[in-house]
Write a new protein. Sequence first.
Length: 148
Amino acid sequence: MQQTLILLKPDAVQRRLVGQITARFEAKGLRLVGLKLVHPSKELAEKHYAVHKGKPFYDSLLSFLTSGPTVAMVWEGREAVAVCRNLMGMTDGAKAIPGTVRGDFAISVQNNLVHGSDSPENAAIEIALWFGKDELIGWTTTDANWVG
Ligand code: IDP
Ligand code: MG
């Protein structure tokens, strides 16, 4: 089973969209194995977005992620990384297709509400960055035979 890190970024929390966005991951059939509210430090934000260091939007992106509480979640399931990326939609909210989180709720490139790991390898690295091992819970849903 694949795991992926999802962040509901500070704009999602500020705009009171946490419930609506989380409901989509839940309804899809993914299993929630980690969840917490974090006000990210600059150090954590720098590590999380290390791949974007040097890009023109990097400083602004760090200010954005550290600007307030963010909801950090780990979701587990079949093809969880790709499934979550599809639910999120394209990076630019203006281009994201309706029906996706960004397509329905975002119009900005930076303030696009969600982060999702882009590969299983990066998911493992990002999960270790945001969660301790004892913060993740392995469990089985009672409807597993129906959802698959
Ligand atoms: P992703 O979140 O869809 O994986 P990435 O290219 O990994 O997109 O970029 C990370 C985050 O940086 C985006 O979610 C968005 O918040 C921000 N970002 C990406 N490109 C731009 C840009 O051109 N201008 C401003 N912010 C950007
Ligand atoms: Mg990315």
